[in-house]
Design a protein around this ligand. Structure first.
Ligand SMILES: *Cc1c(COP(=O)(O)O)cnc(C)c1O
Length: 463
């Protein structure tokens, strides 16, 4: 399997190189040169199989000959062993044709575990094969950091440094990071905002001497291995509820567009996926882009669904590349316009091809709170605010037929304050996480200064 950059000026790579490279050298994102396909017979044989078996069938199509199949199978089995539900990502029916796909049974109670648990294992495999040790540095506003630390804490070839804005993540989120005391895990509480954390991260990656000296690697949502791992649950749920003649629709609470793009990949592979609905909170750049054809950055508004509070949705570039018939020159022009003026217009042809497969909607904080309260009353189910944005949009969506599955991206106990304000009920942590609130924490508070962060990392990875 070969991979090409959406901007067409970086070398073609194989899976292993894409995994370790992250962003392409031309600033683009890697996508497969062709979409791998399942035959109808293959799909039929996967129906009803355990999650790990479907994951193996899906992921092997993207790793190609690169990863030995027996090793791949073992990595996948191991990645999903720690989930709190035997189905890994179970479906739950809420109404006649409305379903929830629960993606929050992983170790940190957010859907990012599903991809990160696989990513850590496959990265370790690639680093071992190349006799490299890597330094993973990431910035988090909450969910990504915990999922990354939990996944990489047992890594034998990578140490991980996660920057979070001091005092600006929830207690559960902070503890999920700071109570992991493995010697290769380093938590940095930065005296600044999430944007400051991201700016420092960018500065570290742009310092090529530093970057090479510590073999810097990223685990953010543009990493192709994360997308691949997310394709799996679209396939399992489309097979469970759909049929070749009956496609299943998905509504996805969306931030960086990684999760919902995986749904398009499942569809390209031949899974019975119908319409894909983008759900945003008041940070609605994607909803505006789909409805009006103009992708225009505005300021971020903090909301009760913080993991969707984004300005620029990185993985949207992968969809644009598809919609423009893989014309890398067109993507370079759009991205140049975004860089210069913070906006671009999607041409009529590509826009209508996007609208043929995607729709969009948004729910603001007031509506999200109403959805949480109403869903509790009608079904007894307590939704987290991200899932509630999705479910609110799913219920309004008219342009589809057949089952609608909303992706439940976080457990309500991860956002207890917003859930309690909306519903009057304070969600409790699942019993397996109870020790978290008493465990010892470790973190280092650093000034908002790239030099200080650099020195901190160098001291600890000893190069
Ligand atoms: C990251 C995240 C999202 C958004 O996912 P994207 O892949 O960035 O679109 C939604 N909900 C939760 C709880 C998340 O952590």
């Amino acid at each position: 399997m070969r991979y090409v950059s959406t901007r067409g000026e970086a070398p073609e790579l194989d899976f292993e190189d894409v995994l370790l490279t992250g962003l392409a050298r031309d600033g683009g994102l890697y996508v497969p040169a062709q979409w791998p396909k399942f035959s109808q017979a293959e799909l039929a044989s996967l129906s009803g199989k355990p999650y790990a078996d479907v994951a193996f069938a899906v992921i092997a199509k993207f790793t190609g000959e690169k990863v030995p199949l027996a090793e791949l199978k073992a990595m996948i089995a191991d990645a999903y062993l720690g989930f709190g539900h035997p189905a890994v990502t179970p479906l739950k029916q809420l109404d006649a044709d409305q379903w929830l796909l629960e993606l929050f049974h992983g170790p940190t109670l957010a859907f990012k575990d599903v991809a990160m648990q696989f990513l850590a294992r496959v990265m370790d495999w690639a680093l071992a094969r190349r006799k490299l040790s890597a330094t993973i540095v990431g910035a988090t506003s909450g969910d990504t950091g915990g999922a990354a630390i939990e996944a990489f804490k047992a890594s034998r070839h990578a140490s991980i440094f996660i920057l979070h804005p001091e005092g600006k993540v929830s207690e559960v989120q902070r503890r999920q990071m700071t109570t992991v005391l493995s010697p290769s895990v380093h938590n940095i509480a930065l005296r600044g905002t999430f944007d400051d954390c991201q700016a420092i991260l960018k500065a570290l990656f742009n310092d090529h001497q530093f970057r090479d000296s510590v073999t810097l690697a990223g685990v953010n949502s543009i990493n192709w291995a994360r997308i691949v791992a997310q394709v799996v649950y679209y396939v399992t749920s489309a097979l469970a509820l759909g049929a070749p003649g009956r496609p299943v629709n998905f509504t996805v609470p969306t931030g960086n567009f990684g999760d919902i793009f995986a749904g398009l990949v499942a569809k390209r592979m031949g899974a019975p996926v119908g319409r894909l609905i983008i759900a945003t909170n008041e940070n609605d750049i994607l909803d505006r882009a789909l409805k009006g054809g103009r992708y225009e950055v505005k300021g971020v508004k903090p909301s009760t669904s913080p993991s969707m509070d984004i300005q620029v949705s990185s993985n949207f570039e992968r969809l644009l590349f598809e919609a423009y018939g893989r014309d890398a020159g067109a993507i370079r022009r759009l991205m140049a316009s975004l860089g210069q003026s913070g906006a671009f217009t999607i041409e009529t042809g590509p826009l209508s091809s996007i609208r043929a497969e995607f729709a969009s909607g948004s729910a603001d904080m007031a509506e999200t709170a109403k959805v949480i309260a109403a869903t509790l009353k009608e079904t007894g189910e307590l939704l987290d605010p991200h899932t509630a944005v999705g479910y609110g949009v799913a219920r309004k969506e008219q342009g589809h037929s057949g089952p609608m599955v909303t992706l439940a991206t976080a457990h309500p106990a991860k956002f207890p304050d917003a859930v309690e304000r909306a519903s009057g009920l304070r969600p409790g942590l699942p019993p397996r996480l109870a020790p978290l609130m008493m465990a010892e924490e470790r973190m280092s508070v650093l000034a908002n200064d790239p030099q200080e962060v650099k020195a901190f990392i160098l001291e600890r990875v000893g190069s």
